[in-house]
Write a protein that binds this ligand. Sequence first.
Ligand code: C2E
Ligand code: MG
Ligand code: MG
Ligand code: MG
Length: 287
Amino acid sequence: HAKNDGGKKVRAFEPFMHEDFLMHRQIESGLQEALANDEFTLLFQPIVDLETGKTRSCEALLRWKHPELGDVSPAVFIPVAESAGLIGDITEWVLRKACEAAAGWPEDVNVSVNISPALLKQTNLPVTIIETLVNTGMVARRLELEITESVLLDKSPHTNSLLRQLQKMGLRLCLDDFGTGFSSLTYLRSWEFDTIKIDKSFIRNIANSPTDQKIIGAVVQLAKSLQVATVAEGVETEEQLDRVRDAGCSRVQGYYYARPMSAEQASHRLASEAVPDDGTVQIVNLR
Ligand code: C2E
Ligand code: MG
Ligand code: MG
Ligand code: MG
């Protein structure tokens, strides 16, 4: 506890820390009920292929409405779910909802699901995924797993074999938040990612920052030489779009194209994209 001499200063922080702690506890206990009480929603945000102008995949993004706290950001509750051991059940739900939605989309549109690095330490992830694919009628090659590199990835033989197993199953792997981690290049060397997602912090100032432009250009060239696709995340303006296009980026995700939307809105959008230029409506979604 605070010493007498410095006590005043330390105490000033106590109410804040106490509130923080209570908030954490409230989120943790809330999360325990959230699945049962149907408090989660899954939104989908298009990732657009710059060559075709069409949606290549939609990223599933989790939303949670706490009965008292209201909307809580996944950036806040996902880490709590991880430390409370709840991320496995939540991810299972996300995978199911994401695959259920994607099973009704045109067959050339994938779905991207964020996988917490904590889950790569467990053995049952491939089993959960196989069960989900079977139960929803989704094919493995249309499921992309996004793994953030902002957490130091465990390079144990176990993580290695798990990632390889997932690839052998036909799933695609995406290295999320590229550039924010500790050893981006090491990850690229260790595992065969199909895609890297350049973190939105590099995109934010791209229109005014020659340095950021050069970094993105170099990352895209590196990725190309490794036959890895690049997604620019957080593109909000036409200027940013022009710059990432100039850099040779293959795909774009951001508010410029679309904000995260409901499953229903996503399937409407994808169906309308599937309408060819001559105006004839293609019958998609036949199952
Ligand atoms: P992420 O995987 O990097 O997802 C991209 C984030 O950028 C999303 O925030 C998305 O809404 C936001 N975004 C997209 N376009 C723009 C843009 O143009 N401008 C700005 N400013 N932001 C944009 P969101 O939905 O709040 O999610 C935050 C993070 O929470 C995600 O980052 C991901 O790491 C995590 N997360 C979300 N859903 C899940 C999930 O189902 N499972 C796990 N494990 N993590 C999740
Ligand atoms: Mg992601
Ligand atoms: Mg992330
Ligand atoms: Mg990201």
